[in-house]
Design a binder for this molecule. Structure first.
Ligand SMILES: *Cc1c(COP(=O)(O)O)cnc(C)c1O
Length: 595
């Protein structure tokens, strides 16, 4: 099955003066439309939400990504929870072409790269053009034609080729289109080879990268902003030097070496970005600090993530807000004014969203859940540190709690990367535990297939409590709990990532206490469930008041409108330049004075 964009989602390219666009946002994945498989998870969602807020707020941005013709996969789970994957091909040809073809040398041969343009259109019609790079062009080497097919596919060599296309062809394309941004924002290290292209731009005719100086590096860094997204080491791309030479060639490889892009004798995309950026940030306050410890030679700031409110709020709540404070679509600060809306109206709107969730579960699984029973949601990319099975750590206790409450429902969802055998094992483990526990009657557990944009919305809008159980401090931010908050759904979570900033105990949700073992943390989770959550859930007025707090306190802050504003004020066009030079820069300045 090929995915076609609906005609309503495919407006004709509006004329945009690209020469007036001052910020270029580069991301390996961007969630552009629920029907497009151009993202895998949180990173792509964040990129899409960022651009949607950029469109709403009239930001002078453009964006670049790859077209991912085969898409990120659709997940199937058999009765034992064994995951299989199917490709989700789509046809970018229904989009307008960017109108330019870039010619690039990599792997010691020429590759041509074209692009499709997807317009993200804001609430008042402002357009953020997104250029999706595509190497499937006749005349390209057959291997090269497949380079923009599969997001996070192939081996490391394939990935390095993809990142070369993203960074080098991406910058060239913008330039050929007459777009000369003042700021390049690298959303994660996948995009960091764009700095090489900017370095090449600075060379005079006849010069090679061997002629690039420290001054050139600093000049490139003046144009670049880098956001790092995870403290998990596997999240930082590294490539062997043989691959670096083979893909990029002598000239570029030597430049990367000379300017500090290697770490432990590997090409390290995070270090490339660190070396060539004037601003570096983590995605929540704590993550910035953890990243600062990981990279002590650089100055690392923090900008806490957000989500695009209009993308994630359930329709009935949107209608309520449209009635009561219609400017929320232009200005998310109005969410604070939710305190002027009767809590019972929020609760009623949420009930409609919960009904839709229960209906969706019935359609997809045949399981009929009960709309008046406390329902927990847990959905995320399956990774060991996220500990999907912590909720089921003590099945006996959980069953006892469920019985005491007169019912408890838990809804799981999540994909494991196709090559992640451990992750796939975790899904099976949850299935197995659920199978064992499921027979007790008062406790119902379902695992929904194919966690994606649509399901992410239905879940965060419809459950009563959003659960998150990462192992500290590996959750850089997390954004699904923010979607829940905007829908009046409190979180029960480990104090990690954004929740450190969002948790007001008994007001916006509950913290799972830190413990030395999984069992200790699970015990705290059960204590909160039994001792605090269930009693409040039994008092509808108190619960409705809590839903109101979630939106007013957390919805008004953990949104991408606020986040983008912070990027503008601190990273893109800071009024006060960063006060602390990086130690590396100081050393360089010293060397320059001595020279
Ligand atoms: C929001 C979202 C994510 C990211 O959520 P986390 O809390 O960071 O796990 C991942 N996948 C989908 C489909 C989402 O909607």
């Amino acid at each position: 099955m090929k995915i076609e964009l609906g005609s309503n989602r495919n407006p004709p390219a509006q004329s945009v003066d690209l020469s007036a666009r001052t910020i270029a946002y580069f991301s390996m994945e961007i969630a552009l439309d629920p029907s497009l498989p151009t993202y895998s998870g949180g990173l792509g969602m964040l990129a899409g939400d960022t651009l949607r807020s950029a469109a709403d707020t009239g930001a002078p941005m453009v964006a670049v990504s790859l077209v991912h013709r085969c898409g990120y996969f659709r997940q199937k789970l058999d009765a034992s929870g064994q995951q299989t994957e199917t490709a989700v091909p789509w046809t970018p040809e229904t989009l307008p072409s960017a109108g330019e073809v870039v010619s690039l040398t990599m792997q010691n041969r020429t590759i041509k790269v074209c692009a499709w343009r997807f317009d993200v259109v804001g609430v008042a019609g402002h357009v953020i053009p997104v250029f999706l790079l595509d190497t499937d062009i006749e005349g390209n080497d057959p291997y090269d034609r497949r380079l923009t097919d599969t997001l996070y596919g192939g081996d490391t060599y394939y990935r390095l080729c993809q990142e070369t296309v993203l960074g080098l062809a991406g910058v060239q394309l913008l330039h050929q289109l007459g777009c000369l941004p003042a700021v390049y924002h690298m959303n994660e290290g996948h995009a960091s080879l764009l700095t090489l292209s900017l370095l090449e731009d600075r060379l005079s005719p006849g010069q090679t990268l061997a002629d690039a100086t420290e001054e050139d590096r600093l000049a490139v860094a003046q144009q670049c902003v880098f956001t790092t997204h995870t403290p998990v080491p596997a999240g930082h791309d590294q490539f062997g030097l043989d691959q670096m030479y083979a893909v990029l060639g002598q000239d570029r490889a030597k430049a990367l070496e000379r300017f500090g892009g290697l770490h432990n004798n590997l090409l390290n995309m995070t270090y490339v970005a660190l070396r060539f950026s004037r601003w570096v940030n983590g995605v929540a306050m704590q993550h910035g600090k953890v990243s600062q410890q990981m990279f002590p030679d650089y100055h690392v700031e923090s900008v806490t993530n957000g989500v695009h409110a209009a993308t994630w709020i359930a329709e009935p709540l949107q209608r309520l807000f449209d009635d009561e404070m219609p400017r929320w679509r232009h200005d998310n600060q109005y969410f604070r004014s939710v305190y002027g809306i009767k809590p019972s109206r929020i609760a009623n709107a949420h009930r409609v969203a919960k009904h839709k969730l229960i209906e969706t579960i019935a359609e997809r699984t045949g399981e009929a859940l009960n709309e008046s029973v406390l329902t927990l949601g847990f959905a995320r990319r399956v990774a060991t540190y996220k500990r999907a099975s912590l909720l089921l750590e003590d099945p006996k206790r959980l069953a006892k709690i469920a019985k005491k409450l007169g019912g408890l429902q838990i809804v799981f969802a999540g994909k494991a990367h196709p090559a992640d055998t451990a992750g796939k094992g975790l899904i099976k483990e949850v299935f197995e535990l659920a199978g064992k526990i499921g027979s007790t009657g008062s406790l119902r557990i379902v695992y929904l297939e194919n966690y994606d944009w649509e399901l992410g919305g239905i879940l965060t809008q419809g459950v009563d409590v959003w659960v998150n159980t990462p192992r500290r401090p590996y959750e850089a931010s997390g954004t699904s709990g923010m979607k829940a908050a905007l829908n009046g759904v409190p979180s029960l979570s480990i104090l990690d990532g954004w929740w450190i900033e969002g948790c007001a105990e008994d007001v916006t949700g509950w913290a799972i206490d830190d413990g030395d073992t999984d069992a200790a943390e699970a015990a705290s989770l059960y204590d909160k469930l039994e001792g605090r959550i269930a009693p409040m859930f039994a008092r509808p007025n108190a619960w409705a008041r809590m839903q109101q707090h979630c939106i007013a306190m957390n919805g008004s802050f953990f949104n991408t409108d606020r986040m983008l504003g912070q990027y503008f004020a601190n990273a893109y066009f800071p009024q006060a330049p960063a006060t602390e030079a990086t130690p590396a820069d100081e050393a360089i300045a010293e060397a320059a004075i001595l020279a």
